[in-house]
Design a protein around this ligand. Structure first.
Ligand code: ADP
Length: 269
């Protein structure tokens, strides 16, 4: 049996990525992509070399959140093959250029993607092995919600250093989150941590803290599962505005959520 050259290339490239971090969630809409881009931007702001791979082939939006969804992906000939060159985002020199690759860039955002498992697997492998990622301090991979083919493909091909599981304080989100934590334990990912997003709101009028979805759920979950709790990110009234403009919250203003993301990113280094 011959060795798949694509798998071989992934192995070679992986050696140049210092920390490989998965961002996961039990269910959709909890802010997983928001966490992925803001941690990427916070780390790049500290001067680290960061790559972000959007492995969510069914709803890719990372490129848009980093303002590179309209950037053309160029290719370069390497040993009789072509490698894609990841577009970069540096927000006018505010951060070390972040390399971004997502399915959305390859297929166009208006095209519906109806893919079966084997195609998803192949696409993810190509995003790992046929892209000129170069040397990275952090390779951040944003997965679709739940525990599907994408995460299995990545785990079978590279060794993840960390899994960050995003949840909201709501009970229903927490049940699914527990499953994601357990999957990472089964896969023996060495560092597993929980981030609680949309934890509370600071009232813009009176400055009081309002616990919209209850209090402390993420931390309790982390304690119960024996994994690290990285912190709480409040609801940010500027989040939608920033994301529409393609700017991560950490680079958009000095808001409570921006501070929370910076503090969490500092714990990762
Ligand atoms: P997921 O990747 O889990 O589906 P997204 O990151 O796309 O979730 O976030 C879902 C929506 O919630 C987006 O509109 C995003 O702007 C918003 N959002 C995420 N986190 C926050 C936050 N801390 N404050 C306010 N809005 C947020």
């Amino acid at each position: 049996l011959g060795v798949d050259p694509l798998v071989q290339r992934i192995k070679e490239k992986e050696k140049k990525w210092k920390y490989k971090v998965a961002v996961l969630s039990g269910k959709g809409g909890v802010g997983k992509s928001t966490v992925a881009v803001n941690l990427a931007a916070a780390l790049a702001k500290m001067g680290y070399f960061v790559g972000v791979l959007d492995a969510d082939v069914h709803g890719p939006n990372i490129a848009k959140m980093l303002g590179v969804e309209k950037t053309e992906v160029l290719a370069e000939k390497v040993d009789e093959r072509f490698e894609m060159i990841p577009p970069t985002a540096d927000f006018m020199g505010q951060v070390t250029p972040i390399k971004v690759m997502s399915m959305g860039m390859l297929v166009g955002e208006d095209q519906p993607i109806i893919w079966r498992g084997p195609l998803v697997t192949k696409a993810i492998k190509q995003l790992l092995g046929d892209v000129k990622w170069g040397e990275l301090d952090f390779m951040i991979i944003d997965f679709p919600p739940g525990t599907g083919d994408e995460i299995l493909t990545v785990i079978q091909n590279i060794s993840l250093d960390a899994a960050i599981i995003v949840t909201t304080p709501q009970e229903v989100a927490l049940l699914d989150t527990g499953k994601a934590v357990n999957m990472m334990k089964q896969m023996e990912v060495p560092y597993i941590a929980v981030i609680e997003n949309m934890s509370y709101l600071i009232c813009p009028h009176c400055g009081n803290k309002i616990d919209i979805f209850g209090e402390g759920g993420g931390e309790r979950l982390a304690q119960k599962e024996g994994v690290e709790f990285l912190g709480k990110v409040p609801i940010d009234l500027k989040a939608r505005e920033a994301s529409d403009l393609g700017i991560p919250i950490v680079l958009y203003g000095d808001t409570p959520a921006a501070k929370a993301f910076m503090t969490i990113a500092e714990k990762l280094v």
